[in-house]
Structure formats: structure tokens, C-alpha cells
Design a protein around this ligand. Structure first.
Ligand code: SF4
Length: 297
């Protein structure tokens, strides 16, 4: 059995930057992180063992002044910065620069159109409602942005008003394009003066991985995709792997490998291990090490 780890899988630069910030700042004193630092339970547990304390918004409102709080790569709405200022909390802002740029674009769009009273604009975010990044993006519009996840939710939009569409950074390019086409088709009068602007703001750190990941999936008989159950990026990339190789399995840890999956791996010639932008390298290595200990036939 040949076991290989995909060299293109693992933390993207935004997540690496946030984790490096956490590790550096943990050396300088107690550190809280607002929400899970990464959508990977195993990596969160590792950093919590090193002293990082994960908190929620209620905790943020009651922390003593001068507490040190890390903002993760997903970014935050303006209200978080306001609360921190009010409470004298010291922030370590590890918002990914790609997310920050998207927040700025959405805020600029909101500011430019918020007073268009005759035809009130709709800022639409193609994303997962309630996702941390999406909460941060909605905050740029005073929470007026409409979040839709698929074409079935197009009924939330008013096609007699302008639409400015943006995307959460980890959504799929194909999904975005098909949503754009579906919105266009709703504007029945093609000479309509109504504005429809589609801004493809998907992070290429994710999108560019798809082709490489699918090529890797095809090279292997069995693919073990390692990712966190809370990660939307992991779900998207897993589905792309599955498309390329139906023998793809989702694991959040090495311990999740069932007896039947181990037997399937035993019978395979090539087993590939890959993961999402939130999957730590050490977790993929643990899966590899567990398989390496299996006596081959
Ligand atoms: S996926 Fe892209 S936008 Fe999201 S944290 Fe990573 S680099 Fe930043």
C-alpha cells in the first residue's frame, strides 16, 4: 500500500497567520480567542492545551479591561471593535487580509448606495447564514445584507430593486456562477436600467485548490479527506474530491477510521490523504501514521 499526503492540502496563509499570532501572543500572557480559532476541533484543542481560551460574544462583554483577545482569520463586524473599545480590551486582529479587503468592498458599496431611497439597493451575500465570516460581512452593512446559500432562496430577493452580489470567500466558484445566471434570468427586461453587479470575491487560495485536489483524488484508489465538521471549506473541498473519486471518505480524526474503512484501505494500492484550508498538517500525518501501522497483506 502506498500512502501519500497531498502537498497542496492544509492551512491557507490566513489561518497560518492567525495561528502564528496566537502562538506568539500566548508567550506574552493570557490570551482569549473570540470563537474557535479555526474550524477544526483537534487544532482548537491543541491550542487550548497551550493556554488559549475560546470565548463567545457574551464573554467578551464581561471580560475585565486590558484582557487580551485574538480576532481570528474570519473577521468580525464593527460591533466587536466597538465592544472592545468600550471595555478597554486589547485586540490582536488576525483577520485574513483577503477577508478584510472583502469587508472594505462591501462597506464601500453599502455607503455608496444606502441613501438611494427611490430604489433601495439590496446587498446580497452568497454564503452560509450564521457563519463567522458572513456575520462580519453583514456587519459592514448595518446588518441589512441578505444572505442566500442557493438558488432556492432567490425568493428572498426583490427583482424590482438593484442587487449587488458578493460571495463568502470559501464558497464554490461554480455555485456562484450558477447563482449569477439565475439572478440574471429573473430580470426579465434585459434593457432594464436596474443595477445588478456580481462581485466574485471567492478566495483563490481555496478555488485554486480544487483542480489540484481533484487530480490528487484521481491518482488514488481511496481518498481520506481530513477536515473539521464545522468547516464550510472542508465540506466544499470534500464534495469536489468525491466528485473526482467516489471512494472518498470524510474523517475529522484518525480515531474515526472504522474497521471496514481500514479493511478497504488494506485492499487498496494507493491511499491518498488530503484536507481543507483549516486542516493541520499534523492531523493528516496522524491518519497516515495510523494506516502505516496496519500490517499489509
Ligand atoms: S481561505 Fe482565503 S480568505 Fe479564508 S482565511 Fe484562508 S486565505 Fe484567507
Amino acid at each position: 500500500m502506498i500512502i501519500s499526503i497531498d502537498s497542496n492540502s492544509g492551512f491557507c496563509f490566513g489561518v497560518t497567520r492567525a495561528i502564528n499570532t496566537a502562538q506568539t501572543e500566548l508567550r506574552n500572557g493570557a490570551l482569549y480567542c473570540l470563537g474557535d480559532i479555526v474550524h477544526n476541533g483537534q487544532e482548537v484543542a491543541r491550542l487550548e492545551e497551550a493556554g488559549l481560551q475560546t470565548i463567545d460574544y457574551d464573554d467578551l462583554r464581561t471580560l475585565p479591561s486590558h484582557s487580551r483577545v485574538l480576532l481570528r482569520a474570519h473577521g468580525e463586524p464593527p460591533s466587536t471593535y466597538w465592544i472592545a473599545r468600550q471595555r478597554g480590551i486589547q485586540l490582536f486582529d488576525a483577520t485574513c487580509p483577503v477577508v478584510k479587503k472583502l469587508q472594505d468592498r462591501i462597506r464601500a458599496c453599502y455607503e455608496a448606495h444606502k441613501n438611494d431611497e427611490a430604489l433601495p439597493p439590496q446587498i446580497v451575500i452568497y454564503g452560509k447564514a450564521g457563519h463567522a465570516e458572513v456575520i462580519g460581512l453583514q456587519g459592514q452593512t448595518n446588518n441589512t445584507a441578505i444572505v442566500i446559500e442557493n438558488e432556492a432562496q432567490l425568493n428572498l430577493l426583490d427583482f424590482s430593486r438593484p442587487i449587488y452580489l458578493f460571495s463568502q470567500t470559501t464558497k464554490s466558484v461554480e455555485g456562484f456562477q450558477s447563482l449569477v445566471e439565475a439572478i440574471k434570468s429573473q430580470f426579465t427586461d434585459h434593457n432594464s436600467p436596474l443595477a445588478f453587479e456580481a462581485h466574485d470575491t471567492i478566495c483563490r487560495n481555496v478555488a485554486n485548490r480544487v483542480a489540484q485536489l481533484q487530480a490528487f483524488a484521481r491518482e488514488n484508489d481511496i481518498v481520506l479527506f481530513v477536515g473539521g465538521t464545522k468547516s464550510s471549506n472542508a465540506r466544499v473541498l470534500f464534495n469536489h474530491c468525491l466528485e473526482a473519486n467516489p471512494n472518498t471518505y470524510f474523517l475529522s480524526s484518525a480515531e474515526e477510521m472504522s474497521e471496514s474503512l481500514i479493511n478497504e484501505c488494506r485492499a487498496a494500492e494507493r491511499v491518498g490523504i488530503c484536507g481543507a484550508t483549516s486542516t493541520p498538517q499534523w492531523l493528516m500525518e496522524k491518519v497516515r501514521d495510523k494506516l502505516s501501522l496496519i500490517p499489509s497483506f
